[in-house]
Ligand binder design. Structure first.
Ligand code: HEM
Length: 433
């Protein structure tokens, strides 16, 4: 393919996948459509609780231009466990959009393109997920606990309390990616490369990307794909004590994962760890510094740190919402949903449902049912990294507040402009007492 043709295809992919949906959503938001409003208002970093209440007041399943949305906890769970509602990416039909999408499609490992676990459905999803969960066991995650603590300690050692620091850059981002490097068996000499690739590929989980970010993501994903091909070959020849090596040899009824599935899992694990756990840590630091009484409670009752992580996930979840496409006639909360309709489950809003959480807007680390949040989703696509994220969240937050008890935020904190993924881009902090 010539360079010019490649460039045109890239532009078409961006137009169909990002520019067009963004324009449509903005237009719909201006007309008051709830789906458009939530997507547009999310990118401003604004407090969305008023909008969540508005959606909830419109009933269990509120109508939108393209389907339905919900802010209710029970309905979110119903959507995510319904077999008729599937995770496939938007289809563009047999018309001109569909033809352009097919012509410009690119065969590259991408966290939200098949065969990524996130977007495949049974029976492929069942077989594939079984193999991955065989390796991502509770025991395997527990074995990473000590190493995660050591990584957190090393990162904290390198912080100089005499100077203000941006904790996103120096701590929240580095902790998860170093843990992921262990999981993927990345040799020390490749760590910096993987770190840079992960950072640049992270926005791939979002929608409505700008042309510049989209191009950067695509180039990075190609480089990551090439690196993974070499890395998988190296692990095959010389397996190590890491989860990716175990995944290469995992078998179910005699069959294992294909190379594409292996690469896709590695890519998803990298992007998910980069873009979600960093937000859990950043959102947690922000919430705890703004609520000193809660920090005091944790100081006197450190056994509550695990619960505090769930309360952070409930109040300020890293993933705002997820969507499903209806594949056949079904009902949700007794309301008919038709094939082709798009249904969004607003996870962050369900976490504030007063039917489930008393005084839902209060941040309370002693809350007994904090763990009932839906920040990791539900049903067959329930987050595979939930246990790992909880463990990293607990170690990451507890360690920094124990090491720097006088930690306080400085002006200049800034939230990311991403729509689906919610967290801080910068968190300037003083570590001095
Ligand atoms: C605080 C951190 C995290 C949050 C809030 C989070 C959230 C989520 C959510 C909401 C889903 C379901 C999406 C949907 O139903 O459409 C999901 C799926 C997934 N997550 Fe996470 N995640 C986190 C960390 C991680 C980590 C560290 C990993 C890496 C091991 C990971 C790997 C995955 C995978 C592989 C899936 C797809 C599972 C499937 O489709 O079967 N996540 N995550």
């Amino acid at each position: 393919m010539s360079l010019a043709e490649e460039h045109v295809k890239t532009a078409v992919r961006w137009s169909i996948g990002h520019a067009l949906p963004r324009t449509v959503l903005r237009m719909q938001a201006r007309r008051g459509d709830l789906q458009g409003r939530i997507t547009v208002e999310a990118s401003t970093g604004a407090d969305l609780t008023g909008l969540f209440d508005e959606i909830r007041a419109r009933g269990p399943l509120a109508a939108t231009k393209v389907g339905h949305t919900t802010a209710r906890h029970a309905v979110v769970r119903e959507i995510l466990t319904n077999d008729a509602l599937v995770t496939t990416r938007p289809r563009y039909g047999a018309g001109i959009l569909g033809k352009l999408a097919a012509w410009s499609a690119r065969d590259i490992t991408h966290p939200v393109q098949p065969p990524s676990l996130l977007v495949v459905e049974p029976p492929q999803h069942t077989r594939y997920r079984k193999l991955v969960t065989r390796v991502f066991t509770a025991r395997a995650v527990e074995q990473l606990r000590e190493r995660t603590q050591a990584i957190a300690d090393e990162l904290l050692d390198s912080l100089d309390p005499a100077n203000p620091v941006d904790l996103i850059e120096t701590y929240c981002g580095l902790l998860p990616v170093t843990v992921i490097s262990e999981i993927l068996g990345v040799p020390p000499e490749d760590r910096a490369t993987v770190l840079a690739l992960g950072g640049a590929a992270a926005p791939s989980l979002d929608l409505g990307l700008s042309w510049r970010v989209f191009r950067n993501v695509e180039t990075t994903l190609s480089t990551f794909d090439a690196w993974l091909t070499r890395h998988l070959d190296a692990l095959r020849a010389n397996p190590g004590d890491n989860l990716l090596s175990r995944l290469i040899t995992a078998r179910e009824d005699g069959a294992g994962l294909t190379d594409r599935e292996l690469k896709s899992t590695a890519g998803l694990v990298l992007a998910a760890g980069f873009e979600t756990t960093v937000n859990l840590l950043g959102n947690g630091i922000s919430l705890l510094t703004r609520n000193p009484a809660q920090l005091e409670t944790l100081r006197s009752r450190p056994e509550l740190w695990g619960n505090a992580v769930d309360e952070v996930l409930r109040v300020d979840p890293p993933v705002l919402m997820t969507g499903r496409m209806c594949s056949r006639d079904t009902t949700i909360a007794g309301i008919p949903v038709r094939p082709g309709q798009f249904v969004t489950a607003v996870l962050a809003a369900a976490n504030r449902d007063p039917e489930v959480f008393a005084d839902p807007h209060a941040f309370d680390v002693t809350r007994e049912n904090a763990r009932d949040h839906v920040s990791f989703g539900a049903g067959r696509h329930y987050c595979l990294g939930a246990q790992l994220a909880r463990m990293e969240g607990e170690i990451g937050l507890r360690s920094i507040f124990e090491r720097f008890p006088g930690l306080r935020p400085l002006p200049g904190a800034h939230r990311r402009p991403t729509r689906i993924l919610r967290g801080f881009e910068r968190l300037p902090t003083s570590l001095r007492s």
